[in-house]
Ligand binder design. Structure first.
Ligand SMILES: [Mg+2]
Length: 340
């Protein structure tokens, strides 16, 4: 990018921010790509810096947008050249090119490379997507019942639908080391002692996301079990609605979560589940999350918070999901020969 382009970019940036209020706007991103050939990765950096500048120790003092663009560009080039921000040479490159101190470069790298902004970890197993491909061959059952959720109480909120097991918690009837809670359950005439372990950052996730989203849990588990778990993991009541196995749609013995039965606008509805089959009818409303069992260093809910804040800025969440995850392509290209 030559100097003229840099100037035009700075002018465009200033104008966009004053017009749309935030660089995160879809229109601004589209123009940045079309007019300046800025890559998705560079937009992502720019968006992060602008959106969270007040939290970043270096950018807090950098009020000049031209300077922010310069910093973004040097960081993006360093990352591209050395592969990862934590490479020791990146710090030196930032100091030399930006005239910042060694401590400032370390702060900047740590801030940009914090766990919640890294990519989601995705399960490498593609078989569930092949499974969806097979399920797509069946006609979607038509639901004629009433909406499963009551009317949205806050029209400013989008709807967040969360799976329960291995998405928010891991439970078992055997001993679980350091379980967060236990309860006794009577099921089919037998008594079970259930141990529950919460996924790291769960309370922070629910508390923070409940300000932006109406939160429902949609589980394929039985109500008698799910109610006991939710009651314990969410004493504050951030989860306002619950849906159970009986609310799932059974297609060839698969419990599929049909989001169109909820009575919510699909443009504003996002669904997170560790089992991709549950997405079958609405892949573009869905985000897969790595199944969680016991990893104490798991950061996926923190990363998900970051994604959900970005996604909340979109008029139609499906546009974000198509671009970011493109699950439809995973389904269409899954090769059945790999799983015979
Ligand atoms: Mg699950």
């Amino acid at each position: 990018m030559d100097e003229d382009d840099q100037e035009r970019l700075a002018a465009f940036f200033n104008e966009s921010v004053s017009h749309y209020g935030s660089i995160i706007s879809v229109e601004v991103q589209r123009d940045l790509k079309a007019k300046f050939g800025i890559t998705d990765a560079q937009i992502s950096d720019l968006r992060l810096i602008c959106h969270n500048s007040a939290q970043c120790p270096l950018f807090y003092r950098e009020s000049d947008p031209n300077r922010r663009i310069e910093i973004t560009s040097v960081v993006a080039n360093s990352q591209k050249r050395f592969g990862h921000l934590q490479h020791p040479k990146v710090s030196r490159m930032l100091e030399q090119n930006l005239g910042i101190t060694s401590q400032q470069s370390i702060d900047l790298i740590n801030w940009m490379d914090r766990p919640d902004t890294r990519d989601l970890l995705l399960d490498p197993d593609m078989e569930p997507y092949y499974h969806i491909q097979l399920l797509w061959q069946y006609q979607k059952p038509v639901y004629r019942g009433p909406n499963k959720l009551p009317p949205l109480s806050d029209p400013n909120k989008y709807t967040l639908v969360l799976d329960l097991d291995e998405t928010l918690v891991h439970c078992g009837t055997a001993q679980i080391p350091n379980a967060d809670t236990y309860f006794s359950l009577c099921f089919n005439g037998a008594m079970f002692q259930v141990a529950v372990k919460y996924r790291p950052h769960l309370t922070e996730f629910l508390s923070s996301m409940s300000k932006l989203f109406e939160i429902s849990v949609f589980t394929a588990s039985q109500k008698v079990y799910a109610d006991e778990v939710i009651k314990r993991l969410d004493p504050e009541g951030y989860i306002t609605h619950r849906l159970y196995r009986t609310d799932c749609t059974n297609v060839c013995q698969n419990y599929i979560k049909d989001l169109s039965t909820l009575g919510r606008d699909l443009e504003h509805l996002i669904f997170i589940d560790n089992s991709p089959q549950a997405f079958t009818f609405h892949v573009n409303n869905s985000i897969p999350i790595l199944s969680w069992y016991d990893d104490e260093d798991d950061h996926e809910l923190l990363k998900m918070m970051h994604i959900l804040r970005q996604l909340r800025e979109y008029d139609d969440v499906r546009d974000y999901c198509k671009e970011a995850f493109d699950l439809e392509s995973l389904v269409l290209t899954a090769n059945g020969d790999d799983y015979c």
